[in-house]
Write a protein that binds this ligand. Structure first.
Ligand SMILES: C[S@@+](CC[C@H](N)C(=O)[O-])C[C@H]1O[C@@H](n2cnc3c(N)ncnc32)[C@H](O)[C@@H]1O
Length: 220
């Protein structure tokens, strides 16, 4: 699957995709991430990409020309284009899975300052919000989308761990423990040390239900 991230701050995206699981997924060619600098698409000589708000108001707004030209530079008939915006549809695990089913090419556009000229909405498939709060830019949201969608691509993460991850089947993941067996009087449950895989499986399933009831009863 290919991701194009359109941004004014390529270095933020670069530093994330060059580490850990996402870097490995790129290396294994399971995903491809292309960073597009919106500034390269302005027609103004001074590199300007934003301007003041018509009608007044503080702050600067990203202009149509550079953003739309940047989108058009990577868009194909199969692409889906989303603006990162606090006004968008709220992102979730289910939404990520839907995006993965929907397309093999996601174009994610990061805003900054006061956001986008409203007319840019006519050139995209939708807006995605990562939650009801306002960040200074769309870079973190685009990385949240890239990371979450990538986990649905076969081979990016271990299938077994993926199956039990939180939100699969509307349940949270079960609690996990590592060495030592006892830490400051807190013991790992005996059954997990028993070697009886059937019992461990039953225990973990019951634990999934317990923690979901406790922490996120709304999921059940
Ligand atoms: C300061 S925000 C602009 C907010 C805009 N004035 C508003 O209130 O709707 C700048 C950029 O950060 C990104 N952004 C901020 N919060 C976000 C969120 N919760 N989800 C997705 N993108 C967000 C968007 O790309 C946005 O264009």
């Amino acid at each position: 699957m290919r991701f194009d991230i359109l941004t004014l701050f390529p270095n933020i995206i670069e530093s994330y995709i060059n580490s850990s699981i996402i870097a490995r997924a790129i290396e294994k060619k399971l995903i491809e991430v292309n960073i597009v600098n919106i500034r390269d698409f302005t027609l103004l000589k001074n590199g300007q990409v934003d301007d003041t708000i018509y009608g007044g108001g503080s702050g600067m707004v990203l202009m149509c020309e550079p953003v739309v030209r940047a989108i058009e530079s990577v868009k194909t008939v199969d692409s889906k284009v989303y603006l990162m915006s606090p006004q968008g549809q709220i992102f979730s695990d289910k939404y990520a899975e839907k995006l993965k089913e929907e397309t093999n090419h996601l174009i994610l556009v990061c805003g900054h300052y006061e956001g986008f000229d409203e007319r840019i909405l006519k050139f995209v498939d939708g807006e995605i919000s990562i939650g009801d709060y306002v960040l200074t830019g769309g870079e973190l949201p685009s990385l949240v989308v890239l990371d979450t969608v990538s986990r649905f691509i076969e081979g990016v993460i271990d299938t077994d761990s993926f199956q039990n991850d939180s939100f699969r089947n509307n349940l949270l993941d079960y609690p996990v423990y590592t060495k030592p067996r006892e830490f400051r009087g807190l013991k790992v449950p005996d059954v997990l040390l028993s070697g009886d895989h059937k019992k461990i499986d039953e225990f973990n399933k019951a634990e999934q239900l317990r923690v979901t009831k406790e922490k996120r009863p709304d999921l059940l």
